[in-house]
Write a protein that binds this ligand. Sequence first.
Ligand SMILES: Cc1ncc(C[n+]2csc(CCOP(=O)(O)OP(=O)(O)O)c2C)c(N)n1
Ligand code: SF4
Ligand SMILES: [Mg+2]
Length: 322
Amino acid sequence: MDDTTNFNMGGSFLPERGSDEIKTFKEIPSENLVTGGHGTCAGCGPAIGLRLALLALGRKTIIINSAGCFTLQPTYPYNPFKVPWIHLAIETAGAAAVGIYHGLKAQRKEKDATILAYIGDGATYDIGLQSLSHACELKTNFIYVCYDNQNFANTGVQQSSATPEKAFTTTTPVGAQARGNPFRRKPITKIIAAHEIPYVATASISHPLDFMNKLRKAQKINGPKFIDLLSPCQPGWGFETNEAVQVGKAAVESGAWPLYEVENGKFSLNYKPEKLKPIKDYLFMQKRFKHLNQTEVEKIQNIINKEWEALSQGKFWDAAEY
Ligand SMILES: Cc1ncc(C[n+]2csc(CCOP(=O)(O)OP(=O)(O)O)c2C)c(N)n1
Ligand code: SF4
Ligand SMILES: [Mg+2]
């Protein structure tokens, strides 16, 4: 282990825990804690997200990854991170956070590090939900970011319960009898907020300052914090390698991915476009929705309109979700 992998190094590296808000792009710390050579796809949305997360949280961060595309970021015996990193079975991120927290506490080092679980949607909404739930129940001090690419990408783009209704995946095909995913997306932020943890938010890799400041805020709060990070995935969604940020922006601008936070139970909408862009602009940037007909697009537009109306009035719990 060289000095760059040791989180217990004294106070000389910025940002320290609980650093201030980043107001402009110029204020983003310049030290990139993910080096080149990682093994995820070119233009990978979740990879952009992890890079932003480490810029916001700084060197004294311990990353937990579970099985998923981030299994591919390192190539044994190398890994691209300048901070400690642990990779575990897909269902264990919450348990790992509890274990690491108590390991640090036993050494009286729990205040020296930020524990960041950076975990896929399949592992979060589905396979690891029990373990995440228990870590919340135990009031573990950690940040959980679900890098939400809305499918089990690593195993070949299968439907997860984060997949939007009607999206094509390899287990929700389109044909004479099928119109893509028949299920509604699981309302994960409501499920986690119902645990009464101090901080729950959504974010998108297309809005880096919003995401990084949510992380900075989370870093200052004691207890479990959960951020659902929209992370477009080019092979899974069907767009070009240079379009992940553009697709994320379209999701936010159309209302398909509202940016909000729930802080100690208080809901706030963080970004309100003057007028929502039509959902079809977002949907048809992606091959996973290319089969949709006008009636189906209108149905999705109606769901989003209802969700937006409720969220605009602060009615988080009543909001329909797309
Ligand atoms: C218990 C268990 N079931 C299934 C798998 C196979 N598996 C490995 S990675 C993966 C996909 C995980 O999806 P997600 O968490 O969304 O991450 P992504 O692949 O999208 O990065 C699956 C299903 C596993 N490793 N363990
Ligand atoms: S499949 Fe998607 S999430 Fe996985 S590495 Fe490629 S772009 Fe990233
Ligand atoms: Mg996924």
